[in-house]
Write a protein that binds this ligand. Structure first.
Ligand SMILES: Cc1cc2nc3c(=O)[nH]c(=O)nc-3n(C[C@H](O)[C@H](O)[C@H](O)COP(=O)(O)O)c2cc1C
Length: 215
């Protein structure tokens, strides 16, 4: 059995009980952003199990720049709330777990241990700040998307939010590290009136186009 399929053995008995159709519904068609949460805690094991799935996300040169601060309560929670737009604080305050997701901007130094040609890419990216910045942001964002799906696979609900004061988040949660906070995710079990009305999705024909040059 591969490491991949082992990480699918739950902890979460939910996965075992679902057929493929139900699982796809949970991850995609029925999945909703949550705005309120119960007090039921999110365990370290659940977060760990979610990362064991999310870590398989594709990233530029396999750089895996995502770094995550786990916030539950106390002074950490108060600093987190100060960094959010006022309209979003209540949602975060009511979440038993909030993940502060950041992009490690100097991820190129990790490449020698992550990619077969990592030393070459480390040098290339050291000389190209623009390429490195774009790659850190896009790769970390893809990892965040996988993390949201993986948390949903554990039976948890998520509420992603952009921070207002990324500098404050950096200084408190990633001091001394070259990590840029990109997104905050509330995590927990759905509370009262947890979901807002579903907004429409942009259709296939609007999103996809086939350039004339294909003809
Ligand atoms: C990057 C990102 C930023 C978001 N920022 C906020 C936010 O600041 N405040 C908020 O209430 N919801 C925020 N949301 C939640 C979205 O409004 C929500 O995911 C979207 O409307 C889809 O809702 P649904 O999952 O219920 O269909 C954000 C979502 C994402 C992915």
């Amino acid at each position: 059995m591969t490491e991949v399929s082992q990480s699918l053995i739950p902890e979460s008995q939910l996965l075992e009980a679902m057929n493929a159709h139900e699982l796809l519904a949970r991850l995609f068609t029925d999945a909703h952003t949550a705005y309120t949460f119960t007090e039921e805690p999110v365990t370290d094991e659940e977060v760990h199990a979610a990362y064991d799935l999310a870590k398989w996300a594709p990233t530029g040169v396999n750089g895996q720049p995502l770094r995550v601060a786990i916030v539950r309560s106390g002074a950490a929670k108060r600093h987190l709330l100060d960094a959010l737009p006022r309209g979003n604080r209540e949602q975060a305050e009511g979440a038993p777990l909030v993940l502060v997701c950041g992009a490690k901007m100097d991820f190129h130094h990790d490449l020698p241990s992550l990619h077969p040609r990592g030393e070459r890419y480390e040098k290339l990216l050291a000389d190209n700040d623009k390429m490195r910045t774009v790659m850190a942001h896009t790769s970390a964002t893809i990892q965040v998307a996988y993390l949201i799906l993986a948390l949903r696979a554990q039976g948890l609900e998520t509420g992603p939010m952009n921070p207002d004061d990324a500098q404050l988040l950096h200084d408190y949660f990633f001091p001394g590290e070259d990590i840029e906070p990109i997104l905050v995710i509330n995590v927990g079990h759905p509370g009262t009136d947890a979901y807002q009305e579903r907004g429409p999705r942009v259709g296939y024909d609007e999103v996809f186009r086939e350039p004339q040059v294909n003809a």
